[in-house]
Design a protein around this ligand. Structure first.
Ligand code: MLT
Length: 235
């Protein structure tokens, strides 16, 4: 049987041997939810970059850019980090360069994995099916917040581990913690997350609509996969 493991914060990535594993990067609020939404709405490719400078360089090359820092759109770029911004039909067929506080950084730090895919509640079922077919050991990398553990990504890791329970054994106790978090709160995730830090931050910016959308399950069948050139494409 294959294993599933959970890396609770990007700070712990160096402790994981990712070379022969599928990494699922998750930043429920909101980076990976935006990536799923963008590709589901016809964006052709997403180039995740770690810094604002790299995003600006891609903007100079003519790419559309999405840049977020501390929950807000970074000055001078085309898009912020709201999933609703990626539903614009004008973005269909385009390539977007994207940088966010935690989500894109986690993708960049996981780049030595055998395969990187992107998850969120929006594609939970499709992702579980993809991982079952792939049949390799899985590590869920929670983007967290500035190297700290966060509630929403841990909750999602638990939801995914629960979906895969018949086919993947737990690699260690972080999976147990994530599963327990999910089992106790699956009936009302928003109620649980209402006590969490990024929830409060986004609510402070008037972004409850974004939170509600990102917590919806199985809205899309799209699974973003990082290709050999470093772009996320739909699978
Ligand atoms: C991130 O990558 O840190 C988040 O997506 C932040 C946000 O909610 O915009």
């Amino acid at each position: 049987m294959k294993t599933i493991d959970v890396c609770l914060t990007p700070r712990l990535i160096p402790d994981f041997k990712l070379e022969d594993k599928v990494v699922v990067v998750v930043d429920v609020l909101r980076a990976t939810s935006c990536m799923i939404t963008a590709l589901a709405h016809g964006v052709e490719r997403i180039l995740p970059v770690a810094t604002l400078e790299e995003a600006a360089a891609q903007q100079n090359r003519g790419l559309i850019t999405c840049a977020e820092r501390d929950g807000r759109k970074a000055e001078g770029f085309d898009l912020g980090n709201s999933p609703f911004g990626f539903m614009d039909p004008h973005l269909a067929g385009r390539t977007i360069a994207m940088t966010t506080t935690n989500g894109t950084k986690s993708i960049v730090l996981s780049r030595h994995a055998a395969c990187i895919v992107v998850g969120g509640f929006l594609n939970l079922g499709a992702l579980a099916r993809y991982l079952t077919v792939k049949n390799k050991d899985v590590v869920v990398v929670c983007a967290g917040w500035k190297d700290r553990v966060n509630a929403e990504d841990t909750l999602f890791a638990g939801a995914l581990a629960a979906k895969l329970a018949d086919r993947f054994t737990h690699a260690n106790d972080s999976v147990l913690l994530a599963r327990s978090c999910w089992e106790h709160n699956r009936a009302n995730p928003k109620h649980f997350l209402a006590k969490s830090s990024h929830f409060a931050r986004l609510m402070g910016f008037g972004l409850e609509k974004d939170i509600d959308f990102c917590l919806r399950e199985d809205v899309y069948h799209t699974v973003p996969v990082l290709d050999a050139e470093g772009y996320l494409v739909a699978r």
